[in-house]
Design a protein around this ligand. Structure first.
Ligand code: PMP
Length: 354
């Protein structure tokens, strides 16, 4: 830390992203990326957009919003695009929390929530999950702050039903409820339709996982137009051009090829079911995942040993050096070929760890 670093950030603990090694050709199953390339139209549109990079991007993201509003059956003023969904989440912390309105979220969830709270100087309350890693919805009823729930949750992959989320929203008419649907396309039900009914619901989604655009950084929020106006106030006060033109064009192409993306999700779900069966045969137990990853624990081998040995063999999975999570690995579901190699390498690792 330099002697110039602002005192207000001196105790900030930044988010640790998953490893992105460039040295070896790893089978990368550690950051929940898609194994599939972006859609052809996305690639074509981004290439074309490169010819006009001398111009600023459209701060209103008009073309993108028009297509997305149609895709998600909402009005154009009920949606906002951001630089990954991390940005819309950060905007939500900035817009809907303050020292009297804490952020409330599970103790085991997306690790960035605590960082967003800390950097914005927002108090936060972490509610323990049940022992089986499920969320107890009663804990979130009549809350005294802004609620953030990832659905499906990370790193467990466990999803709440629409009815359960509606109960939470209903019991919090004076609190904003943010539902982070980064992984919703892999088997959970979206609560986007509830944004018509409740003015306190903000839903966030991303193009990073189900739409193969992690490197493009494109996310969005859907909610009542007044919530979206608030988020736009934050956006226009920080970076009006938050979505660059290459990404915006890729996003448009991606929505045009929506069927391609949704077909890829079906493949991932099939690969997940296959992987779950194979891992069970090898002595793993897993949470019931509705995401593009599984959260797996072996009955004898330790999570960290499995992670390290798999890395030696060129397969990267995510290990969280954190209480309650020590025994587990979060494994991204990739292509069938990648999953075959994973299972083969895990078999070798388990032999070596015997
Ligand atoms: N929410 C959850 C639960 C996530 O796991 C992630 C991915 N790290 C994000 C949001 C943010 O994703 P992105 O910024 O790529 O849209």
């Amino acid at each position: 830390m330099s002697r110039f670093f602002s005192q207000k950030y001196s105790s900030l603990v930044p988010y640790t992203p998953g490893e992105q090694p460039k040295d070896t050709q790893y089978i990368k199953l550690n950051t929940n990326e898609s194994p599939f390339s972006p859609s052809k139209t996305a690639q074509l549109y981004a290439t074309k957009a490169a010819q006009n990079l001398q111009l600023y991007s459209d701060p209103e993201c008009r073309e993108l919003i028009k297509l997305a509003a149609n895709r998600f059956s909402v009005n154009e003023d009920e949606i906002l695009f951001t630089n990954g969904s991390d940005e819309v989440l950060n905007f939500a912390f900035m817009a809907f929390c303050d020292k009297n309105t804490p952020a409330i979220f599970p103790d085991i969830t997306y690790g960035f929530y605590t960082v967003f709270a800390q950097i914005n100087n927002i108090p936060y309350k972490q509610i323990p999950l049940n022992d089986d890693f499920t969320i107890c919805i009663d804990d979130y009823k009549n809350a005294d702050g802004t609620i953030f729930i990832a659905n499906p949750n990370a790193p467990t992959g466990i999803a709440l039903t629409v009815e359960q989320i509606e109960e939470i929203i209903k019991s919090n008419p004076d609190n904003v409820v943010v539902i982070d649907e980064a992984y919703v396309d892999f088997g959970a039900d979206s609560v986007v339709p509830l944004t018509k009914k409740y003015d306190n619901l903000l839903v966030t989604q991303t193009f990073s996982k189900s739409r193969s655009l992690a490197g493009g950084r494109l996310g969005f929020g859907i909610g009542n137009k007044k919530l979206i106006q608030d988020l736009n106030t934050i956006k226009y006060s920080t970076n009006p051009y938050n979505v660059n033109s290459l990404t915006m064009a890729a996003g448009v192409g991606t929505l045009i090829d929506d069927e391609y993306c949704m077909d890829n999700c079906k493949t991932i779900i099939e690969n997940r079911e296959w992987t779950v069966t194979k891992l069970k045969e090898l002595g793993f137990t897993m949470t019931d995942s509705s995401a593009n990853f599984v959260f797996a624990k072996h009955h004898t081998a330790h999570g960290k040993d499995i992670y390290l040995k798999l890395k030696e063999k060129g397969v990267l999975v995510r290990y969280f050096d954190k209480e309650k999570l020590y025994d587990y690995n979060r494994i991204t579901i990739g292509s069938k070929e990648q999953m075959n190699i994973l299972i083969e390498k895990i078999q070798e690792v388990l032999e070596e760890l015997k």
